[in-house]
Design a protein around this ligand. Sequence first.
Ligand code: SF4
Length: 441
Amino acid sequence: MSKKLLLKNAHIEGIRYFETYRKNGGYEAAEKALKMTPDEILEEVKASGLRGRGGAGFPTGMKWSFLAKPEGVPRHLVVNADESEPGTFKDRYLMEFLPHLLIEGMLISSYCLGSNVSYIYIRGEYSWIPDILEEAIEEAKAAGFLGKNILGTGFDCEIYVQRGGGAYICGEETALLESLEGKRGNPRLKPPFPAVKGLWERPTVVNNVESIAAVVPIIEITGAEYAKIGVGRSTGTKLISACGNINKPGVYEIDMTITVEEFIYSEEYCGGIKDGKRLKACIPGGSSVPIVPANLLLKTVNGEPRYMNYESLADGGFATGTMMGSGGFIVLDEDQCIVEHTMTLARFYNHESCGQCTPCREGTGWMYKILKKIEKGEGKMEDIDLLWDIQRKIEGNTICPLGDAAAWPVAAAIRHFRDEFEWHIKNPELSQTQNYGLAHY
Ligand code: SF4
């Protein structure tokens, strides 16, 4: 059984309210942290090896250490709660059921970073959660854990919740900052990075909800102890939101030492494939990361088990591996059509492109149209190469990672399931009534 750090108290009734949270050890990490210096907290976060839980996996302590500290210029912490990646819903769970864990993590992080005004930018579709967060903020303030002179330390901190307008691109950190400033959420060219010029051109750290919540157990048990959980550079625990053709969809906390097979088939987690069907493929880290066929998902190219961690999932690089990403684990059974699935994702990225750069604006539309043609049985063999060519021209040639996120699923689908694309083209009459999965398994 995986060790629980973030969700250890999630089962307690009323844990969303301050009184219950406090009775169960809540805000003790904050009390401890406020007796430390900001540099000591930074060292603990660095020692923990915590990697950003939003998708990129960049070391959090290193990110914090890049924060510029010009004299007299305010700094900000912004929590990225714009969780819009298809298949990812772990931050929603944290905010809905453990809002004080996030508030406590923000208090500690704000103190460490010197942010007196911090923000939570939450996706517009999570319409009921801002009220939960604002209630938690008021409770924390009433108890002296937010506001002026917190616990007599002289440190002031206010937290504000800002609702997004429903654009996926606002999950990209610079688009998020634009939106938070009241502008259209267009990603900025980098550099300068937010750590130097972020919100209102002030030094800003943007971190994912889960990353900031993880600061609480790091302070509780120390960075060194946190680093002992997990394996290699995949330290601590990770929340995984599991969905698709499985028996037990939900949010699970894992310690990154379990195998993918165990995660999919054990009763503790996904409980196996629905209706006893066979596993066809999986997208382990949200819709932007490459899809992996079952054979490579359960074992590496060397025949070793594949583990649920950053290194093992990426093992083999882009050619065979994938990424931990945001932890949105999407399972596809033998009946799923990869072409249709890829087309659905292409439509999503085309719809969500902000339109600033040509490869993304035009390329995502072209990919969607070609995939739609193939899926309907109206494609030609050369369309597969055209599709491959378009995705290559998008990857690495755009302002923000949405371009890559749109290109990678298409590239991986062609790389691993080219025969399925060809089947659609060779069998136009069957294309609408059957799928390759049913015909060939
Ligand atoms: Fe906008 Fe796409 Fe360019 Fe990102 S890659 S800035 S979403 S057009």
